[in-house]
Design a binder for this molecule. Structure first.
Ligand SMILES: Cc1cc2nc3c(=O)[nH]c(=O)nc-3n(C[C@H](O)[C@H](O)[C@H](O)COP(=O)(O)OP(=O)(O)OC[C@H]3O[C@@H](n4cnc5c(N)ncnc54)[C@H](O)[C@@H]3O)c2cc1C
Length: 414
């Protein structure tokens, strides 16, 4: 049975995250939207220290409970509801600022790929760095100049040479790629070990910062989430040890590409939660504005007596709540070990669409004020759209949902 009752200790933590969103992120939200490519150093240090504190307090709590086990992803991995907890806190932080959230030093998408495809030893080896030292970033690079949605089209090659692999190819639009390369982080790069094998030949490789042959050639100028760096990276005979291939090197029918999908099943609910955070920011703002202007929103009356504004506002609330429930379900399914491919795509498709509509409507309801840079509404509208694009576009996630419900393969329905 689905149970979304949040433990009191988690409620307390969510309140703490809200304080961070309100007190640390919001005050610099506009500044780092305007100053794309500049580094919010103070923010990085604050968040890095806060994360270390949160981990050690969880460690202490676990020790008290007599469970000191380590499993490679820091203390958060040991919480039985880790994914649900992650989406709830992600919403809170993205209520603060989605761009800064993506810029926060942590294992990021690279960590998600290691968790999805790595062995226990690799998880420990590659992720333990995020427990201390200086701020670090992890990133993941699938997208190439020749494809985005259809990730089976990977052309970057990984050629075995003795005890190493040589990577060659170009990756674009890699979130956090520049910071991962500049810090003591890593980038998980998806490359093919055997083009003739098709999808099963695609494997994830951890490329450490500073590896010769890996060059960040550009960071993008973007519409929204401008505090987040988005890198284009060239791999030119980039040599990495063979044990940086995550999981098994064997090219099996069920291997390779399945790990890409497993990574997305884990990350799509998080992107959905990001969307919900941005949507809630806009909704909360409109609610406060209406209150200030003494404009009532009357619940529980006949729909035909509602004003157009009341209808719009309630519709925004409904969209947000529906997206949140789908998202929580997708995360909860992972926590209890259920396959969530369908539900992760449902949540992502719904949340991306909902936040796009909600933020546009919020700008519309406020009129010229909504369009002005005096307020953050126009920024949230810009930040919202990416949730409909990365981690599988709206259309691709709808396709996945349709395939899973109707029982079609990707060959049958594309
Ligand atoms: C800011 C930002 C950050 C990103 N971060 C990362 C990252 O960290 N790592 C990474 O690997 N990638 C990242 N990406 C890339 C992102 O995942 C891709 O842009 C996305 O998958 C879409 O691929 P595409 O750009 O090639 O678009 P296309 O695949 O060319 O799609 C263009 C349009 O066609 C539609 N379309 C495509 N195929 C179909 C179909 N079969 N049926 C119906 N409609 C279809 C799409 O929905 C879309 O609307 C990022 C992108 C951006 C903008």
């Amino acid at each position: 049975m689905i149970d979304f009752e949040i433990e009191p200790s988690v409620v307390k933590r969510v309140k703490m995250f809200h304080m961070v969103a309100d007190g640390v992120m919001r005050p610099i939200s506009r500044e780092y939207d305007e100053k794309e490519h500049e580094e919010p150093e103070q923010y990085f240090q604050t968040m890095w220290a806060a994360n270390a504190m949160a981990d050690s307090s969880l460690d202490l709590a676990k020790k008290k409970d007599g469970d000191g086990a380590k499993d490679g992803d820091g203390a958060k991995a040991r919480s039985p509801m880790r994914n649900l907890y992650t989406v709830i806190t992600t919403e809170e932080l993205c209520w603060g600022d989605a761009g800064l959230f993506l810029a926060t030093p942590n294992a990021g998408l690279g960590g998600a790929a290691v968790m999805a495809a790595g062995t226990p030893e690799q998880k420990e080896r590659f992720l333990s760095r995020f427990r201390g030292g200086q701020p670090k970033w992890g990133a993941m690079a699938i997208t190439e100049p020749g494809f985005g949605s259809d990730s089976s089209q990977v052309t970057t090659t990984a050629t075995r040479e003795g005890d190493d692999y040589l990577l060659n190819g170009t990756k674009i639009f890699c979130t956090g790629g520049d910071r991962a390369a500049k810090s003591e982080g890593f980038i998980v790069v998806w490359a093919t070990v055997d083009k003739s094998a098709g999808r099963p030949g695609i494997k994830p490789f951890v490329v450490e910062h500073g590896t010769p042959g890996m060059t960040v050639v550009r960071t993008e100028n973007k519409l929204g989430i401008r505090a987040s760096d988005t890198a284009a990276i060239v791999f030119d005979n980039c040599r990495i040890p063979k044990d940086h291939l995550l999981g098994s090197p064997e090219v099996r029918k069920e291997g390779g590409f399945k790990d890409v999908m497993a990574t997305f099943d884990a990350t799509r609910p998080i992107v959905a939660a990001m969307a919900i955070g941005v949507g809630r920011a806009a909704l909360d703002f409109v609610r406060d504005f209406l209150k200030q202007e003494n404009i009532p929103v009357r619940y529980g009356i006949s729909p035909r007596r509602l004003t157009a504004l009341e209808r719009d506002f309630m519709e925004m609330e409904v969209q947000l709540k529906a997206a949140r429930l789908l998202t929580w379900r997708a995360a909860w399914m992972m926590d209890v070990g259920k396959h969530n491919n369908l539900e992760a795509s449902m949540a992502k498709a719904k949340a991306g669409l909902a936040v796009t509509l909600i933020t546009q409507k919020a700008v519309e309801l406020l009129g010229p004020l909504g369009y002005s840079r005096e307020l953050l509404l126009e920024k949230w509208m810009r930040d919202a759209k990416i949730n409909d694009i990365f981690e599988g576009t709206q259309q691709i996630n709808m396709l996945i949902v349709a395939r899973r419900i109707l029982g079609y393969s990707s060959k049958d329905l594309n």
